[in-house]
Write a protein that binds this ligand. Sequence first.
Ligand SMILES: Cc1cc2nc3c(=O)[nH]c(=O)nc-3n(C[C@H](O)[C@H](O)[C@H](O)COP(=O)(O)OP(=O)(O)OC[C@H]3O[C@@H](n4cnc5c(N)ncnc54)[C@H](O)[C@@H]3O)c2cc1C
Length: 505
Amino acid sequence: MTDKPRTSGDEPSRFDIIVIGGGVVGTAIARVLSRYRWKTALLEKQAELSFGTSKANSGIVHAGFHSAPGTLKAELCVKGCAMYPGVTSELDVEYKQNGVLMIAMSEDEIQKLHDFRRQGEINGVPGMRLVVGDELRALEPNLSDRVVAGLLAPSGGVVSPFELTLAQGENAAANGVSVFLETEVLSMSVNDRSITEVHTSKGTFSAAIVINAAGLYADKVANMAGDYSFVIRPRKGEEYLLDKRLSGIVRSTIFPLPTKVSKGILVIPTVHGNLMLGPTAEETDNREDLSTSFEGFQQIFAMCTTMVNGLQPSDLIATFAGLRPASDRDDFVIEPSEQARNLLNVGGIESPGLTAAPAIAEMVLEMVKEMAHEFGLGIEENEGYDGTRRSVRRFRCMTDEQRAAAIAEDPLFSRVVCRCEQVTEAEIVDAIRRGARTLDGVKLRTRAGMGRCQGGFCTSRVLKILSRELGVPVTSLTKRGGASRVLLYTIKDLLVSDSGPAGPV
Ligand SMILES: Cc1cc2nc3c(=O)[nH]c(=O)nc-3n(C[C@H](O)[C@H](O)[C@H](O)COP(=O)(O)OP(=O)(O)OC[C@H]3O[C@@H](n4cnc5c(N)ncnc54)[C@H](O)[C@@H]3O)c2cc1C
């Protein structure tokens, strides 16, 4: 899936449009741009798409009653939510419209539910209603006794954010977008208020229009073009993933009333059947700090156990943190830059950015069409465009008959590599052929390593398959690119050397 840029010293690699950032927003934009005959490049600094905030979030498709009317967050959240069934079906990405339930634990809080219902109605959220008493208990039997009412928004859902991001990227590439990985934008040349060149770690690019979807670094990328109109203020969120044993304990995603800075700590039934608790919300200056903490764990369990019965810390299988790329404007920043005429900023995409991504992409497409003429671009449809894509075939989702047929077609389906998630070698090989280069790349595409044992059983097997398929030494493989090498040496290295390990290969 990766293209090769020209190296520095050559003429710049020329495109009509450059999209900087391969998260859920940048890939959604690249995909809608590929409906037109523009030569588009997607530049991503990490080893694979989706390795930024888009891989570490709650995966909720919000209904849209949280944001204040008149904001881009409110408008694009409701629009994006309505687009999810269509987009995920086109891209063959799992999506469950399980609804969201905001709960009240006192009479005062019930009044607030009414306020959110009114706000949601103004925003255009369909089908919301207050549920109480027997209906509430029948809907969610495991809510704690303290819960007295809930505001149900049936349009909300859950999705796998990284599967969606990778699927969008794959589909954009299939429709002609050139994807450049490990390509960090470092600086820009600007002349007469226009970006003339984009200098990256892999050479120089030029384009008529540059779209900045760089997430946590969107302000820094804008700064490169002389634009200081917004500042990213990261807000960290810790998430706690529980074993599938608790699958079904809640049906809807359970929200408390929101705090000033976030939607609160939630109980989330993930699309893959785990339960997830989180996220916390902590402002930070550190754009790379993805650590989790004992305080976060305590805060999350204290909150979630007041809402839902039966949650045990012993069911915890993984923790992670993500950083919301919030901005000082308290809303999404989606606008042409005033400092560089051919730059479109798509920054400050904090929550509900995952939900809004499909609608953000359509909005950006309209802006590009408005700018196209001024920058010498036509607007011709890509007649070969195909917005559909099929996912890796999941052994765990097949019936016995389907499994037998799959094994007859490809014997690698008979080799289960990840026992917890029932992932076969055929799926891992398919993921690698689609572009996985790292352990996390395989994990995000197949779920190998995401089960109860968290890769204890399958990691070495996945590494061997990666090494074989990519034709590289196993010791060169990384968890997520960069310096995250998994093995320094192998047992074989140890055995052949009298003086200890042979050292890094
Ligand atoms: C804990 C948490 C929970 C959340 N839960 C939800 C939720 O349930 N529902 C919801 O709707 N939203 C949620 N969000 C928000 C959502 O995750 C984000 O809005 C969304 O992922 C932002 O996507 P993005 O593409 O803008 O950013 P990213 O995914 O971060 O993508 C930006 C990309 O740009 C790349 N990049 C940066 N600088 C450069 C450069 N100089 N050169 C090249 N590439 C560069 C990065 O590597 C990155 O891959 C949550 C966020 C967090 C942190």
